[in-house]
Ligand binder design. Sequence first.
Ligand code: PLP
Length: 359
Amino acid sequence: MAKSGQHGGNVLQMAHKFGVDPRMVLDFSANINPMGLPDSLKSALIENIDCLEHYPDIDYTELNQSLAQHVGCQTEWVLPGNGATELIFLWVHYFRPKTALLVEPSFGEYRRALERYECQIQSFDLKEQSGFTLDESLLDALSADLDCLFLCTPNNPTGLMPSRSLLEAVIDKCRALHIALFIDESFIDFLPNHRGCSKLLDGNPHLYVLRSMTKFYAMPGLRLGYLLSSNQLLLDTIREQREPWTINAFAALSAQVVLSDDDYTEATHSWLGEQQAYLYQALSEFSTLEVFKPSANYLFFKLNIADFDLQSALMKQQILIRHCANYPGLNQQFYRVAIKSEVDNKRLIEALKECLPNG
Ligand SMILES: Cc1ncc(COP(=O)(O)O)c(C=O)c1O
């Protein structure tokens, strides 16, 4: 079981630990769109409550079609999952890499999935001195003895997005060396005009693109993610052998509804455009914080005071932030906060002024 400190969003456990009422905690630790579940989805769930009386379509035909249409790829290239997390574990289970390269710090579930199958894991360390930026040196680290490479774009927790040219060079080099490339785009919908890598699937069967509906559509409890690849052989094997009905009927109907909700997408981009700039600026004004430029709906920063537990200090004000001490390559001085509503972001800044020395 995942330990409670491994992810953001553990409000209950953290409130218990700090002796505060969980209902009073303002959660900056989970990177969920503060606009909440789209109204279009709420109505659709209520209208379709009766669908819970039936098993979902075992082939998820309509769901696959909606997702394929959204990304503009063939329906056969789509594999939906019970959250993106299920697909990380499914992919590792069926691909069974013996050697893997992880760019770290990054999302911890790649490592957990690989360790389950005793894969030999190498780490490509992002360097603090270069602002945790991914650069061409990754290309030199790719060698034919690797079975796979995991990349998170934009990266969690650093929030950085590699350049398009670097991504394309990595895809080309992985193809040449027969390295499977697993790119996690769980946060990419937050980047307006993003292209992602789904348009590069054709002719690149070594490429696997992971998407999640959790963050952008604020539906972590519904559980829906999808994997895209033109490696039909592997996808067919997974389809044939996986457990049936792992995606519930509500999740299955949600894609069609939310993906056509353009108002929600526009409103989200407009909120984020404003609040990302505000929070980045406001945090950067603290002399004790080193803030990394964000690309998505969260901010990553370093507290330049040793031995100061900022998470505990903020919990005293009923604000929960994510400490990043359990990420490889980071320590207790690194933190990540979600970008929330204007009111909540201002409350975070006020709380920081109170608890940081020389705030
Ligand atoms: C980078 C990244 N990928 C995947 C996931 C898992 O998302 P899901 O809720 O769809 O399983 C997360 C969740 O935090 C994440 O940060």
